[in-house]
Design a protein around this ligand. Structure first.
Ligand code: KG4
Ligand code: ZN
Length: 360
């Protein structure tokens, strides 16, 4: 008889999304059974960024409703869940603590194993959610780009995450941003142009209204163009956009030039990402690119990845690009399969960390 798939619950509260999900782990696929997410974006919008105290208090209010919704959607009884995975690092420590406490309570009450997950590892596996590894195989080795509001990292991966040994992702790092993350560059430049937080999607949408060729209208800096590093730097772009916005405002042209300015800013960020990805593909002879994180939703990036990198690019479904608990549950499913769960003693001692090394 075919063994029934292991069911893993994931909990994600590292920033401004309170998310709970249940996945089913089969030999060649992790299927998402449910995802319940409450996004706090509107609560933070008046402040132009995430306010940690508001975030953690709101997680406290939404945690139990999200848990209940995820279990109901998956049509399971709590005791049918085989393990609980929770993001315990990195992130806003007060927010993380809400998820970690809920996960501990749930695991302890049901006597199920607990699995702590690094948020970035969650993003890393998001591209494999609901993907049948046999029917729709990914070409390896692959360059994995994790590009979000908090991170811009390139890794070289050799296989599906179910085969990743401990610490493998940590060792696979090729390059990272030395200052702002690419998503942060989108958000900060969008704020300078007067868009609400988070600004990435506004820049994307407004740039689409620009005439063809407008992405070259405003020359903006591309840092670290040399081929000796896979690192990125976006802080100079912010300064250049700030000066440009001041100039356009003083000439009363900001509103009319906004689509062209958005197209130019977007091009500068996308260009930097594509350039390093293409370099990494060439040097490592990678057969594909996996692009994950909030910035993977960017339409220009998807266009340029399809035309300028020379190998197939894989993305998570749109709903798994931004923070969600399905990706955390998937890491939990791979760990459970490998027997890498916490003992009862370690489970009770589990803490949350604002920073933290990647361990995969
Ligand atoms: O992965 P994510 O939800 O959260 C973090 O872990 O940071 O990523 C959020 C980031 C924000 O910076 C947001 O502006 C950016 O992803 N983002 C986009 C787009 N949609 C979201 N950036 C550019 N174009 C988009 N369409
Ligand atoms: Zn994230």
């Amino acid at each position: 008889m075919k063994p029934s798939p292991q069911k893993v619950m994931g909990i994600e509260t590292s920033c401004d999304e309170c998310s709970v999900s249940i996945v089913a782990s089969e030999p060649h696929k992790v299927s998402v059974l449910s995802v319940a997410t409450f996004s706090q974006i509107q609560l933070h919008q008046p402040y132009g960024g995430v306010v940690p105290e508001i975030a953690s208090r709101n997680h406290l209010e939404t945690m139990i409703p999200m848990l209940e919704e995820a279990i109901t959607q998956a049509e399971l009884a709590p005791h049918e869940i085989d393990a609980i995975a929770v993001t315990n690092r990195p992130g806003l420590v007060g927010s993380l603590l809400v998820g970690v406490s809920a996960a501990k309570a749930f695991a302890y009450a049901l006597g199920k194993p607990l699995i702590p997950v690094h948020h970035l590892e969650g993003h890393a596996v998001s591209v494999f959610l609901d993907r049948d590894e046999e029917a729709d195989p990914v070409l390896f080795p692959s360059i994995l780009a994790i590009v979000s509001g908090g991170h811009t990292q390139l890794y070289q991966i050799q296989d599906y995450p179910r085969h990743w040994p401990e610490h493998s992702l940590e060792k696979a790092l090729l390059g990272r941003s030395r200052d702002d993350a690419a998503g942060e560059a989108f958000d900060k430049t969008a704020k300078l142009m007067g868009f609400p937080y988070p600004g990435g999607q506004w820049i994307d949408q407004t740039a689409r209204k620009a005439p063809p060729g407008a992405h070259q209208a405003f020359p903006l800096p591309r840092a670290l163009p040399q081929s000796s590093t896979y690192d990125f730097s976006f802080s100079g772009l912010k300064t250049a956009v700030s000066l440009l916005v001041q100039k356009l405002k003083s000439e009363n042209r900001l509103e009319s030039e906004l689509p062209a300015l958005c197209a130019s800013v977007q091009e500068a960020i996308v260009d930097a990402l594509i350039r390093k990805l293409a370099l990494a593909v060439k040097n490592t002879r990678a057969r594909s690119v996996c692009f994950v994180g909030g910035v993977a939703a960017n339409s220009r990036l998807r266009e340029r990845l399809a035309s300028d990198v020379g190998v197939p690019a894989y993305f998570p479904e749109m709903k798994y690009c931004t923070d969600n608990a399905a990706m955390i549950a998937a890491v939990g499913a791979y760990r459970l399969e490998q027997g890498r769960v916490l003992s009862m003693n370690d489970m009770l001692k589990l803490n949350a960390w604002a920073t933290g090394a990647l361990q995969s």
